[in-house]
Design a protein around this ligand. Structure first.
Ligand code: MG
Length: 262
């Protein structure tokens, strides 16, 4: 019973924080015993609630795929979250600042699957074979926790800080580019903020997607044909404020630009 109460309380907190755009103290402040597994259970319930409200699952995102980020919160494996239709913005749509708490932008490679990917033992090569297109992308993350202060179970329960995402207008064949060597520059209002290469994402973005397929298998799930997978931030996320223009420019893949609403 105590466990059920804890799950429901955590679920209601992250749900309301997103809807009411109100930051909350991390869940592990009140429930230090919360585990990663329980975090995923709460995330599942949160997504079920969003689907019951009329939203649709369109894919997944990976988090904590870079060594730098893992070290920042002292964990040594990635995490995932679920992407819903309302999170997807078209390039040119403003990022709706009034709906978000403290958004940050990060550059990513997005995969669009033409085949299901079911673990166990999915490899990076399997991911490349199952991918129809890749897109340059920007993910807008927005932790519901005060000052982005969270532990791994908190972040997972909060759907891994998922908020919005934007795919570049033009799809590419995966064979067009070596993703691990591919360089990227992200600017804010024309000034360079961060630079990186695809190898920052678990050595290769396809390895991150393989990790996800295998992790989902443990939970009785798989990746489905037609889903979009954000493979993880290539660099640290940067803060965005009303009116900011963020551009991520990738070798060979061109660029994706977003403007934050005023
Ligand atoms: Mg991300």
């Amino acid at each position: 019973m105590a466990q059920l109460y804890r799950f429901n309380d955590c679920l209601n907190r992250v749900d309301q924080a997103e809807k009411e755009r109100k930051e909350i103290i991390r869940l592990t402040e009140d429930y230090p015993e919360l585990t990663v597994e329980e975090g995923y259970f709460i995330q599942e319930q949160l997504i079920a609630r969003r689907v019951a409200e009329g939203n649709r699952v369109v894919g997944y995102k990976l988090g904590l795929t870079s060594k730098a980020k893992q070290e920042m919160i002292g964990v040594y494996e990635p995490s995932y979250g679920v992407l819903l239709d309302y999170m997807q913005l078209e390039e040119g749509d403003p990022v709706p600042y009034s709906e978000l708490i403290h958004p940050r932008a990060e550059p990513e490679i997005a995969f669009f699957l033409q085949e299901d990917l079911q673990g166990p033992k999915v490899s990076g090569v399997d991911v490349l074979a199952a991918t129809k297109f890749i897109f340059p992308a920007i993910e807008i993350i927005d932790s519901r926790f005060q000052n982005f202060k969270l532990t791994l179970p908190d972040g997972i329960a909060d759907n891994s800080s998922s908020a919005r995402f934007i795919l570049g207008g033009r799809p590419f064949k995966i064979s067009d580019v070596d993703l691990s060597l591919m360089g990227m520059v992200m600017t804010k209002n024309g000034e360079v903020e961060t630079t990186g290469a695809g190898a920052a994402v678990l050595g290769h973005p396809a390895s991150a997607v393989a990790w996800l397929a295998n992790k989902l298998h443990e939970r009785g799930e798989k990746l489905n044909k037609g889903q979009i997978i954000l493979s993880g931030g290539i660099t640290a996320a940067i803060e965005i404020k009303p009116g900011d223009i963020i551009q991520a420019r990738f070798d060979k893949l061109g660029s994706v630009t977003v403007k934050c609403s005023d």
